[in-house]
Ligand binder design. Structure first.
Ligand code: PEP
Ligand code: CO
Length: 402
């Protein structure tokens, strides 16, 4: 692997990045691929997918939410597909984000910073290395950045060529997202911006670029990356990489997180106490949130970190339906998000908004509203990973919580 890659006006030394030697969970096994080094070099020389100025705008919008002056909505697929990277599908997704965000704006009377889980949401952490599909045990699907959804042994091989496909698909999606930008950069209702879980370090590391004017490092694969619940270990690579980049960043906070750990994460990731720098995405489940959240909010506030608080009421409330499909009940989602709002308000903090998995079409993956019971799930169950709300269900969640 080349130690340094010459990029237009500067030289970026990937090998010197401290996180490349730290342990990391959930990474692909593909380093023995004959073209791995070439792929990595190509990605390291590729144009940034998003501009530094756009990242700064997104951070500014999140800064207002940190101060209680705006709301935040982040939504989209659990896992995107390369085959969805066309303009028509993308534009439906952007309009879906806009529609649900405008409902949140109406309900709260505040402006909403909007983010799509899109243009890079191609990698999935999995709790097991194997899954059984149609009676056959296969290596788990880890998102199209890593392997194929197809239920074939060969399709589940980890393939680093997919990093280039993910880059191209993300570029196509971002192009279409930008075509929808209408607000001036001065308005909060600029965007929507894009966000994804920055999981695969080979991909993300190769897309870090230094701003040669300020010396800041930006992760140019997205505006707003987040660290998932399974990769937020304090002394591991993801946290180290996120500490080094200047983007606004998110971290999922699950039911096992304790106040000391979350404060330590804040110290590492928001050392300068910057509003908009760090968003805590709370995903505890509708029962655990009652016990676990308040002490964390108190500890973070005592430590003086002006974080953005948002609720992901999806990932702590996944159940297996009788048919074997994963599903979620809209009532449970509303229950957790409502508890989130009340706990934050009781603690004197701002419940800025929601992080939701929502399809742009009328899918039947979660139970509630237009999907009366589990027997209706099979009608249009189309997700590549977790069950998403359909747009009507998502609007129902907004109306019930705010
Ligand atoms: C996700 O957002 O799809 C996800 C895997 O979330 P978490 O890291 O919270 O489990
Ligand atoms: Co998910």
């Amino acid at each position: 692997m080349p130690q340094t890659v010459k990029l237009n006006e500067f030289t970026f030394t990937r090998a010197s990045a401290p996180w490349t030697t730290l342990p990391a969970q959930q990474q692909p096994h593909w380093h023995d691929h004959p073209d791995y080094d070439l792929i990595e070099a190509e990605l390291s020389g590729a144009l940034p997918l998003v501009a530094h100025s756009e990242i700064r705008e997104a951070k500014r919008a999140l800064g207002l939410a940190a101060l209680g002056e705006a709301r935040v909505l982040q939504l989209g697929d659990c896992a995107e597909s390369f085959s969805d990277a066309d303009p028509l599908t993308t534009s439906r997704k952007v309009r879906n984000v806009a529609r649900i965000a405008s409902r949140l704006a109406d309900r709260t009377g505040q402006q909403v910073a909007r983010f799509g889980r899109m243009a890079g949401q191609y990698a999935k952490p999995r709790s097991s290395n194997f899954e059984t599909v149609g009676g056959i045990e296969l290596p788990s699907f880890r998102g199209e950045l890593v392997n194929s959804f197809e239920a074939e042994l060969s399709a589940r091989r980890h393939d680093p060529e997919r990093m280039l496909q993910a880059y191209d698909a993300s570029a196509a999606v971002i192009r279409e997202v930008r075509a929808h930008w209408t607000g001036s950069a001065e308005e909060l209702d600029g965007g929507p911006w894009v966000a994804h879980e920055a999981l695969v370090l080979d991909y993300e590391n190769a897309l870090i670029r230094t701003d040669d004017r300020t010396g800041e490092q930006f992760l140019t694969s997205t505006h707003f990356p987040w660290i998932g619940e399974r990769t937020r270990q304090l002394d591991h690579a993801h946290v180290s990489m996120f500490a080094a980049i200047a983007n606004p960043i998110g971290v999922k906070v699950g039911p096992t997180a304790d106040p000391e750990t979350v404060v330590r994460l804040c110290q590492l990731l928001d050392p300068h106490h910057t509003p908009g720098r760090l968003t805590l995405i709370v995903r505890m489940g509708r029962e655990d949130i009652h016990v676990a959240l308040a002490p964390i909010v108190r500890a973070v506030r005592r430590a003086g970190h002006p974080v953005v608080w948002i609720s992901d009421p999806m990932h702590g409330n996944t159940v297996k339906a009788e048919c074997g499909q994963k599903t979620r009940f809209v009532t449970h989602i509303i229950e957790e998000a409502t508890a989130f709002r009340h706990i934050l308000e009781t603690e004197g903090a701002h419940p800025a908004g929601l992080h939701l998995e929502v399809a742009a079409s009328d899918v039947t993956e979660c139970v509630g509203g237009t999907v009366p019971d589990e027997s209706a799930l099979s009608e249009r169950y189309e997700t590549l990973c977790d069950p998403r709300l359909n747009p009507d269900q998502a609007l129902g969640v907004i109306d019930s919580v705010f």
